[in-house]
Write a protein of this length. Structure first.
Length: 147
């Protein structure tokens, strides 16, 4: 009976180990990704007037609250889900490796939606990799009055 209980305990422990998501395995607290999400709204594209000299209409950049999934680049499986703080900043402990950040679209006042492409990030041992999430919108969102 004792041996049967030990086998059952071992099988349950093994099952829990192989079915747990990667993020539940304690990642080192000094290894991972960190950054800030921000939105830039530009009121026109810049024009290069000479090599390296650009004239551009005004633009504004500010931090935004954003959410994104972190996928393993090797397996494609989600290892974490992150939401930035109100200043747009985040930090996530991860094991060394290559990951893909898949930012959700953000919705602006007026109902405009802004999205960006996934971002590949390589995490090295004993350091945080900086990974900014930069949304860009050309022009303001039109605001429509109710009839």
């Amino acid at each position: 009976m004792k041996r049967k209980t030990q086998r059952l305990t071992f099988r349950l422990a093994f099952l829990l180990l192989i079915t747990s998501p990667l993020s539940s395995a304690a990642a080192p607290s000094h290894t991972g990704i960190a950054g800030q999400a921000s939105l830039t709204i530009s009121f026109g594209l810049g024009v290069e007037v000479s090599p390296g000299v650009w004239i551009a209409p005004p633009s504004v950049q500010f931090p935004v609250v954003a959410s994104f999934s972190v996928l393993s680049a090797r397996t494609g499986k989600q290892v974490a889900r992150v939401t930035t703080d109100r200043n747009g900043t985040y930090a996530l402990s991860l094991h060394p490796g290559t990951y893909v950040l898949v930012p959700d679209a953000i919705t602006l006042v007026g109902g405009c939606s802004v999205s960006i492409e996934p971002i590949e990030v390589t995490v090295h041992a004993r350091q945080f990799t900086l990974a900014g999430i930069y949304y860009f919108r050309l022009g303001p969102c039109p605001i429509q009055a109710d009839p």
